[in-house]
Ligand binder design. Sequence first.
Ligand code: ADP
Ligand code: MG
Length: 780
Amino acid sequence: MSRWRDAVRAIRGPLEFAQRGPEAAERVHDLAETLRGALERAAELWIPPEAVKRLHAAREGLAGGATPEALAGVATRLAPLLDPGFPERCLAQPASRVPGVGPKTAQALARKEIATVEDLLFFLPRAYEDRREIVPIEKLEVGRAAVFAGTVTRSAVVPLRNGRRFFQAIVTDGTGAVQLKWFRGIQSFEERLQPGAKVLVAGEVRRYRYAKELHHPDVERLADDASPGELPRIVPSYSAVEGLAPRSVRRLVESALRCAGDLVDGWLPEATVAELCLAEIGASLREVHLPGVGLEPERLRARDTPYHLRLVAEELFLLQLGLEQRRRELRARATQPLVLSAEAEQRALAALPFALTADQRRVWGEIKADLARPAPMNRLLVGDVGTGKTVLAVLAAAAARAAGRTTALLAPTELLAEQHFATLRKLATPLGLRSAFVSGATPPRERHTLARALENGEVSLVVGTHALMSESVALPRLGLVVIDEQHRFGVAQRRALASKGENPHLLAMSATPIPRSLALTVFGDLDHSTLREKPAGRAPVATRVVPPTAGREVMAAVNETLRRGEQIYVVYPLVEESEKADLKDATRGFERLRKALPGVTAALVHGRLASDERARAMNDFVAGRVRVLVATTVIEVGVDVPNATLLIVQHAERFGLAQLHQLRGRVGRGTRSGRALFIGDPTTSEGVERLALLEGTDSGFEIAEADLRIRGAGEWLGTRQAGHLPELRLADLLRHGDYLEPVRRAAEQLLRRDPKLAASPELAAAVARRWSARLELATA
Ligand code: ADP
Ligand code: MG
């Protein structure tokens, strides 16, 4: 709803009543008056000038009373305005329709991706300048921004020796004088700043010889009789638009506001608006762009006013409606249920090498219930490293097999897929599940054989990398897709794999705890399960952050570990941009270590290694033949070597916190306790704080939240996943995460009552508009 829609309702009411017939019209004596009042009020709104004209004309048409002819005339005249699609059409018009936006300006705006009237309205201030305090000129301080008012006493274009010119104006206010200089746009200032002009000036004060001056200050012409009380006080400042002066940008936004601001709809239910203490929608855009004096600049800057928050909540509401609709749509799809009989389930559980923890039993219950439904499961299972997610995937695969369906498990890297395959097999084989492995290197003939084996039920579980998604790998009878380390994949990949079956069930697993704010948005279309408890007997990994100079301490730990007959990981960072140097660093470290540890078997693995070489090294490590494994980040997830108890990470400051936490999950997986040494040289206090956090907590959730706070959502999710992050114009998930929950509840409630939003087609259209590109992308 918007102020405009309210006004339309007030016009429509009497108009429709009157059109019921002459008797109805006669019964209401003051019909003409009511209608004229409603028209007049509507004309005062911030709507397009043409609309205002029409409203006035309609009102004049009633001058002779509400005769049937007059009413018919009004109805015809107003028909385009009363159309529910009118606001939407106005807002979608090119920005050039806004008074003051010429073709050149429109081009400048377009470069900033401001194409429509709506874009301009939602081009929100980046900051606010407090101009409530006007400083006397004599009090201006060099190096500080200030606002002052005064009169131009002299102005002139001054030629420079190099043939260029600048424009200079001297402004005085009775306490002192100061020079303003412009080196560009001379002409327009020359015209505006003639001697005698009253001005309000804002800018940074600099020193020039013995005087103070300002370069390219922001200057506002004041009416000659302006009193200080009328001066603008808190001034929005927008991110720069190339080719436009800041003042022009302000003017244009205001112009857009005045011709369309009251057309913008708010859709949040009133109850939610009240619960969250949000402002009315009509006031929100106005106050955000033209804040009243009562608002604190700090709160404005923090986007923390009820006005900002209303806009934020509106944005999140549309987002949640889209997500919720999509969830419902996915649930409405049909698929084959995968049911494990109670007896078969008992047998499977008994065949496992361990009993499930209570946490695992609970999550298995959730998964089981999903699988038993005739609609595809869409579940995200989040559990810290070592909480035992794999076994749940295996049980789900067993259910698939019982229903005559196959399972595909997708891992992010070949190495992880190989490792997964090895550990998975140990769990799956006792359950009677035969598994197979597919990589990019699997020859076509084997792919063929695999397809046949899947078809006739010999093999029921395929583990692989991206190769699984390729056209040349057929996955017949696919009933379940498991994605490990889900955060490493984009939605498109999820979709590619899922499309190989007919609406297969999906189990996405992630060791990276996802902070709630992101879970509700990025993965908002998935149901969530969380494993918190680790299988008993696991002590937290003793973690220390040490400087690069602590070589002796590190070597002592290494020797101790080796003496106990245990194994060691040494991890080096490897990032694409500095891949060569990184690799050299890891290789050098490997050589140094070999020299320092004569007689100790060590291996180096990295992504560049041929897969058979890598597999050999990994197998040797798993079998205990290799005692020290030097690796780039590839061991990050999936490797399960209970005898490995020491993890050393070089250049720890270059890793994400969540990544480091995952890495340390590699050690202490057996009954022996694990230890992690993060060798880091953080150069910032923030870096120190980050690493120290790992020493203090073993909670992956706490770490993920902190990591998210420090790095921001986009980076946290990685580029792939960032594409999954809906583009939010206003909301900042870190700052406004608290609003998600109530807003999501409101969306859910609304859709429960009206799944297709049939009662508010305008809202349905708004959701569709907001999601048109996204929804397509997100259809897994
Ligand atoms: P992650 O959640 O990190 O993928 P895994 O599934 O690899 O964890 O399990 C970690 C280790 O814990 C494995 O060695 C696995 O066999 C073991 N494990 C899993 N569940 C249990 C359990 N209920 N009791 C004992 N050990 C378990
Ligand atoms: Mg795992």
